[in-house]
Design a protein around this ligand. Structure first.
Ligand code: IVH
Length: 668
């Protein structure tokens, strides 16, 4: 290989290695600028010599051009679903049925695997290269979402090791870590986009984005567990060996799998696993029990091409409680979206008292016919916000009030708009006090202005002391004293907190301003790339969308914001008032934890998991989801789970909250 071909191969190797260091090890090796330079060189080379554009090229991972629709993909072998067993008796029945067909199953051994709650996918490899990635669809035909699956950081584009069949389909589950899911919903809330009801919906929705850049920005991960290679030999004889083989070929495999000799021991192990599931950083909705020898899979076969006989999902019911829905209220978000929610008779679910639950949108209330005064089933699983499942119809007395869609905004009484292509409804008044209130409260929360919550913002608006966020910076203690609830000290404290927020960096300010599609993550990307408000303000849609992780939709929203005179005027005022319009560079950001990676597990005495993460990042450190050789230390609280064992096995230092605070030079 000489000339362009050799250079392209070299660039692919460098970029793939940088990606691995960045996403898997969380230890960047190249600066963004260096990465971009190499990346562009490869793109140009591939444009000049299209024959050099290999499917495993990193240019193919970053996100191809948006598609207009997905192609259908017929699976080589149907993607089956699993039968459920909700208790030990049902599991025993499953074994009995199998034993009538193949008596050896009782002593052949079982593997136990965590049942990952995400979206099922099939990855087709030809000669070790990823050629197609597809959703399950109806099991026979799915959608070709290859461009999106290439953006999932741990999907292998090229297999490692040897012995893989020439053509095979690897089955796995694409999922969100709980922490990433919580962060994603938080970002969406801040960017005023509808939040996802659960990680499964979020995973499925993220896979079906027409713009792969959006999929990429979501931060999906994958676990693999199954291979289909019709007519070809697999170098393994059991499911247990297959999981090890998959790991050796480069596929992420969930680590809690176990091999047990028989059903009694499966039951003991399942009970232990059930305890461990809530502490995992991904949603698990059961344990999959599989007959270990692959030879028996063929003998047992499937039930009507629907479910394999050799596997069953042992499920644990999520906690559901019944309580009274007192009232349906509607909150007006920053974009004017009307968000309905249920006010509930307080009820304890999974150790948490629930008093409100989201109703998502009006379509859903109508589809489920949820009425005020209904007894409703409410559930809360993991990190997910409480949800109303539906009414208990036979407890109705006739006094329940049927829900009527509002024609007028509950805050300003302007007309409500129902766009035909959306499930959300909007207040038509751009200066609806509900929206302004929300946007100022959001601004105060993001800028960390302590003591400026709903009540006070509402009081300031009512007293006409403020109309927008810039007015906050001109408030005096004297003005506040005239309001109810302020004393000399508290008035001074609030003014001080407002003034102190002027020091927040550009990224925080951008997030606080609440541009559509711009949450904390995107704001950071924008601020770090452009460095100053001025540079960002003058950037074109194209320049903005060229940033890794920023798609066209975001770029258009950002440019659109700066195009509006009203916004430009607001920014000019904020500039004059002395807010920070610049972002510190990487060197300036270096803190006491620079270059270090921490993993947090268990319940810490004073910090929540999210706060501990913020603290580590604020001190320049990285936070990772799982313990690896690269982990600087594991921060351990009460009831730590498997991460603690893994850290011990890898001899990773184990520290407590006090030590973390000391290292970060922070006070609790
Ligand atoms: S085995 C023929 N193993 O659960 C292979 N499935 O409800 C059948 N799932 O569509 C699937 N974790 O997407 C298997 N360890 C695991 C799994 C798993 C999650 C999903 C899978 C399947 C669905 C069935």
């Amino acid at each position: 290989m000489t000339g362009p071909a050799a250079r392209a191969a070299e660039l692919r190797r460098l970029l793939e290695r940088a990606n691995y260091a960045y996403y898997v090890l969380d230890k960047p090796e190249l600066s963004d600028a260096e990465y971009d330079r190499l990346f562009r060189e490869l793109q140009e080379l591939e444009a000049k010599h299209p024959a050099l554009r290999t499917p495993d090229s990193p240019t193919q991972r970053v996100g191809a051009e948006p598609a207009t629709a997905f192609q259908k993909h017929r699976h080589l072998v149907p993607m089956l679903s699993l039968a459920n067993a909700f208790n030990e008796a049902e599991l025993a029945e499953w074994e009995n049925r199998n034993a009538r067909l193949v008596p050896e199953v009782r002593t052949a051994g079982y593997t136990l695997e965590v049942k990952i709650d995400g979206a099922a996918v099939s990855l087709t490899y030809e000669k070790g290269l990823l050629v197609v990635g597809a959703t399950r669809g109806n099991g026979l035909v799915g959608e070709d979402v290859t461009a999106n699956l290439r953006t999932v950081v741990d999907v292998p584009l090229r297999l490692r090791g040897k012995g893989w069949p020439q053509r095979m389909e690897v089955r796995g589950e694409v999922y969100f870590s709980k922490s990433r899911f919580a962060q994603l919903n938080h970002e969406r809330e801040q960017a005023n986009e509808p939040t996802f009801a659960n990680p499964r919906n979020a995973a499925a929705g993220s896979l079906r984005q027409l713009d792969p850049k959006i999929t990429r920005s979501r931060g999906l991960r994958i676990f693999c567990f199954h291979v289909e290679a019709p007519g070809q030999k697999l170098p393994v004889a059991t499911q247990h060996e297959l999981l090890e083989q998959l790991t050796a070929w480069g596929f992420p495999v969930e680590t809690h799998h176990a091999l047990v000799p028989d059903l009694p021991r499966a039951n003991t192990a399942i009970a232990t696993l059930e305890q461990a599931l809530p502490a995992l950083d991904y949603g698990a909705d059961g344990v999959v029990v599989k007959v270990n020898p692959l030879k028996l899979h063929a003998e047992l076969g499937t039930v009507g091409n629907r479910e394999p006989r050799w596997a069953v999902a042992r499920k644990f019911a999520p906690e559901v409680q019944v309580t009274k829905l007192k009232e349906i209220r509607i909150n007006v978000g920053r974009t004017g979206a009307l968000n309905p929610y249920a006010v509930l008779e307080p009820v304890e679910i999974g150790g948490v008292t629930v008093t409100t639950a989201t109703l998502h949108n009006f379509d859903l209330i109508e589809a489920k016919d949820i009425r005020e005064g209904d007894w409703v089933e409410v559930t809360r699983a993991g990190e997910v916000i409480p949800q109303v499942l539906g009414p208990v119809r036979d407890r109705r007395t006739g006094k329940e009030r049927k829900f009527k869609r509002p024609e007028r905004c509950p805050v300003c009484h302007s007309k409500v708009e129902y766009p035909s292509d959306e499930v959300m409804a909007y207040c038509s008044n751009v200066s609806c006090p509900g929206r302004i209130l929300e946007s100022i409260v959001h601004f105060a929360a993001v800028m960390d202005i302590r003591g400026l919550g709903y009540e006070r913002v509402r009081a300031l608006l009512d007293a006409k002391l403020i109309k927008d966020v810039a007015d906050l910076y001109e408030l005096t203690p004297m003005q506040l004293l005239a309001l109810e609830g302020f004393a000399e000290k508290s008035a001074q404290q609030l003014v001080d907190a407002i003034q102190a927020s002027k020091k927040q960096p550009l990224s925080t300010l951008l997030n606080a301003l609440g541009l559509r599609h711009v949450g904390a993550q995107v704001a950071k990307l924008l601020a770090r790339h452009f460095g100053t408000m001025k540079a960002l303000r003058n950037a074109s849609v194209e320049e903005i969308s060229n940033i890794r992780g920023v798609g066209t939709a975001i770029a258009e929203a950002v440019a659109g914001f700066f195009d509006e005179t009203k916004n430009r005027k607001l920014l000019d005022r904020l500039d004059k008032l002395g807010l920070t319009f610049t972002e510190p560079t990487a060197a300036e950001r270096k803190g006491p934890l620079a270059g270090q990676t921490y993993v947090v597990t268990g319940t810490l005495p004073s910090l929540s998991r999210a706060k501990a993460g913020e603290l580590i990042e604020a001190a320049g450190g990285h936070v990772a989801d799982s313990v690896s050789k690269k982990t600087t230390a594991l921060v351990v609280g009460a009831d730590a789970g498997s991460k603690l064992e893994r850290a011990k096995a890898l001899a990773i230092p184990i520290i407590d909250e006090a030590e973390l605070l000391r290292r970060a030079r922070a006070k609790p």
